[in-house]
Design a protein around this ligand. Structure first.
Ligand code: PSU
Ligand code: MN
Length: 303
């Protein structure tokens, strides 16, 4: 992607030029991941958390076919409320650009945009992964090859909980992506603290992550890092509750025949129903937590 093709908000462009820390944020979680008004309130709260830690948030999205780096509050409100906001993965960007659409961007598309803009750190809630039925339906999120390809650090609370976590970690190993968990041994499970799978690498500080990312550049390697950080204890769902809600949601989706990029939004909504909203509370808590670490990594990279 060409940097000239992006519409970078002036304050973000200035921050990048002056080597101030910037954190990229996605918008699919706003338009398709959470109900209103939790989606808008969370998006704005996450931006404020990043500012409070001395970095600048740049929420990404597409408006009338233009890729925006640094949506305004009004534009975030539009993402949160407008009808017909598309879900744009990286491959959808040229089509929606030609059609002058409004589109929320996925984690994978956001990573591609962040790389083009020169933003090193990207924060999301949970990434897409190898889907639960991938051996049958080949559903592997395009988030994974984007993490592997672009030199951006992604901070998340794991894959979304209904993904196949062991298979996702295998994929990332094959794709040569360094994967670490922040202050825990196991890779997290989005709503729950542990996926039960040991993380390839454990880190204690933002500085450690920044140093390894700088070493990667020094070695002339391209590609990203994936950092998992468990949901805060007080908002975590017990793992049995997460697994039961996923099982219920999976039974529902088998009946509907929904496939492709509609799967993730459907399952997130079904799990929210199955947990009486507790999964949404966990989702909000974890993305706020991820944002704080993302801001600290962005600052550490510039020290
Ligand atoms: N994290 C959340 N909620 C979301 C998503 C992530 O807490 O809605 C979005 C991200 O934009 C991610 C997308 O890229 O879900 C993955 O969709 P799929 O599984 O179709 O690749
Ligand atoms: Mn998919």
């Amino acid at each position: 992607m060409k940097r000239e093709a992006l519409h970078i908000a002036p304050h973000i462009a200035a921050a990048l030029l002056n080597r101030r820390p910037v954190v990229a944020l996605e918008s699919t979680i706003i338009a398709h991941g959470m109900p209103y008004p939790a989606n808008r309130d969370t998006a704005l709260a996450v931006e404020q958390i990043i500012r409070d830690r001395g970095a600048l948030p740049a929420t990404l999205g597409m408006l009338r076919g233009r890729i925006i780096v640094g949506l305004t509050t009004e534009e975030i409100e539009l993402m949160a409320t407008a009808k017909g906001v598309e879900k744009a993965g990286e491959r959808d960007l040229p089509i929606f650009a030609a059609q002058r659409r409004n589109a929320a961007v996925t984690a994978g598309a956001s990573i591609a945009i962040a790389a083009a803009a020169g933003i090193d750190v990207f924060v999301t809630g949970g990434i897409g992964g190898v889907g639960p039925l991938a051996s049958r339906d080949f559903d592997i999120s395009a988030d994974l090859p984007a993490i592997a390809q672009y030199s951006v650090i992604t901070v998340c609370a794991g894959t979304k909980a209904f993904m196949d976590v062991p298979a996702t970690l295998e994929y990332l190993e094959t794709a040569r992506v360094p994967v670490a968990t922040y202050q825990a041994d196991d890779f997290p499970l989005f709503y729950s603290i542990s996926s039960g799978v040991r993380s390839p690498w454990r880190v204690e500080t933002a500085e450690e992550i920044a140093a390894a990312f700088q070493a990667q550049k020094h070695l002339g390697r391209t590609g990203g890092f994936l950092i998992g950080i468990p949901v805060p204890n007080e908002s975590a769902l017990p793992v049995e509750q997460t697994r039961a809600a996923i099982a219920a949601a999976m039974r529902q989706i088998e009946q509907t025949g929904i496939t492709g990029k509609a799967v993730t939004p459907f399952l997130l909504a079904a799990i929210k129903e199955a947990t009486a909203g507790e999964s949404l509370a966990a989702n909000i808590a974890l993305i706020r937590n991820n944002a704080a670490l993302g801001a600290d990594i962005a600052a550490a990279l510039l020290r």
